[in-house]
Design a protein around this ligand. Structure first.
Ligand code: ZN
Ligand code: MN
Length: 475
């Protein structure tokens, strides 16, 4: 039997704020345990929360960028639960009045345009981190109270691949907005996934399960694949899927049951009495809307239109705002944007990837890249030699003209010099010359290769061809 898949996501995104959601503690990653804490984020009785306005702004900006409605009234609620990562025994979150309603993410998946609608975006505080050691367990509160934006989608995704593409598109948009560092290694983006299967033709959705706390996109993908297969197996063997929360074990490649799923009433939500509601006026929201930068989709389209580079190249370059900024700076300084895009897409991204670097700390300035492109276009260096120049600039910076001189990479475009080399190649290879005379045109290619070899790759290939053709014609 064929089964249809339904997937929805809840994405928790750590916002880029200097201080926590309800206190002045810092949010830096990697500090020794429990060094960024105070009575508020440790959950001491009687400590009063104070709202971080920057977190509100970043959440609303995200909502505006994704086409959400921004209600004029929003409030915080207490979500009650009992676990050592939250000594207050409630998390301050939002229940029925989130900061953002609706909206959608548009992206491409499997070569097709997709649209995943959102239910809401709300703001909450992160919880502490339980750590387990051989002889004891500890709780690190550095992360407790860090602002988390939770993006809840409709169950609009039909495959693990689509869920991945959604997450990549969402991450691009969040990075462009600058609302989060989106650093997956530091746990900046964590997903809960809901999924279900149903026989093809059945209208009603199947029973869903939830997998909690996936902190890599690859984890989301593999957990979904395994969980969906598991559900199909359950149905095929005549069983029923139970609604529950499961955990993904990446090492074993399986999901296992954690607990039966709670309903909202189990959390006994009620309004947070220690915080004022958030009331946003149109002028403030308008100001924030005006500060939204150009987003990845729009930038892709503009790069193609403005610089005449292919859609594929524009997609690769626009995927990262800093890379796109770099490309545009170099392209503006150059007469050949297409060549600039090729350098950025191939050599630059390859070397950055190999070194685990970002374009922000690349030593090749946009101006130097533009100059290198013009050295190739004007025939001063061959494109092969230019790769050496680029590699040298990547290692230690520097000026392309100087590097060409120092490394003796200038292309030989002096006709008499090339003529001498062509003569030598013809003398050394009389058989190829004879073959050519008998109509074997491939022999000419071989001779060009010999000239290039004798010149150690520096002869201008266009001149070599012209001169060789003339000489062979005269034989
Ligand atoms: Zn604190
Ligand atoms: Mn949450």
């Amino acid at each position: 039997m064929k089964y249809l898949t339904t997937i929805g996501l809840e994405v928790h995104v750590q916002l880029r704020t200097r201080s926590k959601m309800f206190c002045a503690c810092g949010t830096g990653f990697g500090a020794p345990p429990n060094t960024q804490v105070c009575p508020v984020c440790l959950g001491y009785p009687g400590a009063m929360p104070v709202m971080n306005e920057e977190a509100i702004r970043l959440t609303v900006m995200t909502g505006l960028a994704l086409g959400c409605a921004i209600p004029a009234f929003s409030k915080f609620d207490r979500k009650s639960y009992f676990y050592p990562d939250m000594p207050k025994n409630y998390q301050i979150s939002q229940y029925d009045c989130p900061l953002c309603d609706g909206g959608a993410v548009e992206f491409e998946s499997g070569g097709q345009g997709r649209r995943v609608r959102m239910v809401r975006i709300h703001l909450e505080e992160d919880v502490a981190k339980n750590m387990h050691f051989p002889s004891f367990s500890g709780v690190d509160f550095n992360r407790a109270g860090v602002p988390l934006m939770e993006i809840v989608t409709q169950p609009d995704m039909g495959s693990p691949e689509e869920a991945m593409d959604f997450l990549l598109a969402l991450k691009q948009t969040l990075s462009y907005l600058g609302v989060s560092d989106c650093n997956l290694e530091e746990g900046n983006v964590r997903c809960d996934v809901n999924c279900s299967v149903r026989p093809d033709g059945q209208e009603e959705l199947g029973t869903k399960t939830e997998i909690k706390n996936l902190n890599t996109f690859k984890g989301v993908f593999h957990a979904l694949r395994h969980e969906l297969d598991r559900q199909v197996d359950v149905l095929e063997s005549g069983g029923r899927v139970t609604q529950e929360t499961r955990r993904w074990d990446a090492d074993q490649g399986v999901t296992y049951s954690m607990r039966s799923k709670e309903d909202a009433h189990d959390y006994r939500y009620f309004p947070e009495p220690d915080l004022m509601p958030v009331e946003l006026d149109a002028a403030t929201v308008g100001e924030w809307r005006a500060a939204i930068p150009e987003l990845p989709g729009a930038r892709r389209a503009r790069l193609t239109a403005e610089y005449g580079i292919p859609g594929y190249a524009a997609g690769v370059i626009a995927a990262d705002r800093a890379v796109a900024d770099y490309f545009e700076a170099a392209a503006r300084a150059s007469k050949n944007a297409k060549a600039v895009s090729n350098w950025v897409m191939t050599e630059m991204l390859r070397l950055l990837g190999e070194r685990g670097m970002t374009i922000g700390n690349a030593r090749v300035t946009p101006g130097a890249l533009a100059r290198l492109v013009s050295l190739v276009d004007s025939g001063v260096v061959s494109s092969t030699a230019a790769k050496d120049v680029f590699a040298a600039m990547f290692e230690s910076g520097g000026d392309p003209d100087a590097l060409v001189r120092e490394k003796g990479l200038a292309q030989v475009s002096d006709a008499s010099e090339i003529e001498a080399i062509v003569d030598r190649a013809m003398e050394e290879n009389p058989k190829s010359v004879a073959d050519f005379m008998q109509g074997k045109s491939a022999a000419a290619k071989f001779l060009v290769g010999q000239v290039m070899r004798l010149s150690r790759g520096k002869a201008n290939p266009k001149l070599v061809n012209e001169i060789l053709e003339r000489k062979l014609g005269a034989e």
